[in-house]
Write a protein that binds this ligand. Structure first.
Ligand code: NZQ
Ligand code: ZN
Length: 388
């Protein structure tokens, strides 16, 4: 296990009726930029409640709405301008990962003299940020408790993740009932995203990290159990609560620190979203089984790990590693594409051409170098082809 430092400044208020904790924003000043997406928070009633609480505590609210799924740099720039013009003290994100990610870069951009895109390309330039608070409405990215933000410039087909300890949320409200209204599509995609964060950490060449691996298996088994329940019974509290807590735990460092190698499915998926604006979790789900098969073929030493995944997560009883790993891939496909009804290939999410595969692979290659099974541009193209 490698050395690590773990510091999570985020206070979590988990469970029903936690919104009154927005009172804590007072500690950061009296002017808040409230950021949200396309309006789901109004439909489900959080908007009115949040405004009422903020006003009760004397906070002045400036709003930025319309943050897009796969949030755009243009929206971030608008938010930065609002912060600078209005001397904003803190940013409150109410929504899913896109709203939270945009809010993080807005909070950093408000304390930066240049263009916010600089901060997306290089997180080390984030020396300071306004405090970020979040109310999570979709279980998926873990942005509510992590240092990452992913922003797109679709005019250039660019989607990059940035990282800074300075943008970790100060406080996050995690009320699973806020996710009852999440569509089946987003429930499935969000669950696949949490699964992918866990798998990116679980498949590692680092040895002696049993704790992290066991925690990964706990998250994976929880997703396998509760994903389909949330899909079929959207207001099942325990299902939504388990998915929500897994979302935070999969990426806040608990299962990765001391154990992690570079991620490889995410850099490939970010190219799919950058070129075709698809839903992140769906892209990950489509690539994952194909990536496992590619690794098994390329490097038979990986087969034992995929067999362990099959035995410990899907309960497959099979002594032979190769056939156990094959059954694990089949079980994963059944889970993602039958139980969770995620589109099973790239054509099914509207990617009906192969013309950009080479360019996309070239851009993903750097991110896929130091990972569990290092991937070349040729490997990545083969994975895109197999996912097509
Ligand atoms: O915009 P609104 O109206 O809020 O609707 C959203 C959006 O259309 C809707 N939604 C959210 N909560 C809802 C709801 N609808 C009904 N009821 C609710 N309670 O869901 C749609 C998708 O929302 P979005 O925020 O885009 O989804 P998600 O949370 O999956 O975020 C995806 C983005 O996060 C990035 C992805 O690349 C993508 O850009 N990621 C961020 C990470 C991080 N910060 O650590 C890591 C991830 O790997 C990921 O890359
Ligand atoms: Zn992800």
């Amino acid at each position: 296990m490698y050395n690590f430092t773990w510091n999570i400044p985020t206070v979590i208020h988990f469970g029903k009726d936690q919104l009154s904790h927005l009172e804590e924003l007072k500690e950061s000043g009296n002017k808040v930029l409230m950021v949200y997406g396309g309006g789901s928070i109004k439909k489900i009633g959080i908007y009115d409640k949040a405004v009422e609480i903020l006003k009760k505590y004397g906070l002045e609210i400036i709003e930025l709405s319309g943050i897009e799924p796969n949030p755009r740099i243009e929206s971030v720039r608008k938010g930065v301008e609002l912060c600078k013009k209005n001397n904003i003290d803190m940013v409150l994100a109410i929504g899913g990962g896109s709203t939270i990610d945009a809010s993080k870069v807005i909070a950093a951009g408000a304390c930066y003299d240049g263009d916010a895109w600089d901060l997306v390309l290089d997180g080390s330039k984030i020396k300071k940020a306004l405090p970020v608070y979040t109310v999570l409405t979709l279980s998926a990215t873990g942005s509510e408790m992590d240092p990452y933000a992913v922003i797109s410039d679709l005019t250039k087909n660019e989607k990059w993740g940035t990282e800074s300890q300075n943008v970790k949320p100060q406080m996050s409200v995690l009320d699973p009932t806020y996710t009852f209204s999440v569509s089946k599509k987003q429930t499935a995609a969000g669950t696949a995203d949490i699964m992918s964060h866990t798998l990116e950490n679980y498949f590692t060449t680092v040895k002696g990290n049993d704790f992290q691996k066991n925690m990964c298996e706990a998250i994976l088994k929880t997703l396998v159990k509760f994903g389909p329940i949330a899909y079929n019974e959207p207001d099942n509290y325990d299902a939504r609560a388990n998915l929500m807590w897994c979302s935070s735990m999969a990426i806040n460092g608990l299962v990765s620190l001391g154990s992690a190698v570079a991620w490889c499915i995410h850099p490939m998926e970010h190219e799919l979203s950058a070129f075709y604006d698809i839903t992140h979790g769906e892209g990950l789900a489509i690539l994952t089984p194909v990536w496992i098969e590619h690794c098994m073929k390329k490097n038979p030493d990986t087969i034992a790990d995929f067999a362990t995944f099959g035995r410990n997560v899907f309960g497959i009883k099979e002594d032979n590693d190769k056939s156990c790993a094959e059954k694990a891939v089949a079980a994963l496909r059944k889970y993602l594409f039958e139980d969770m009804h995620i589109p099973a290939n790239l054509r099914a999410v509207g990617i009906t051409e192969k013309i950009n595969f080479e360019k996309m692979a070239e851009k993903a290659e750097n991110g896929c170098k130091g990972c569990y099974e290092p991937l070349s541009k040729k490997d990545i193209i083969a994975i895109f082809e197999a996912a097509y």
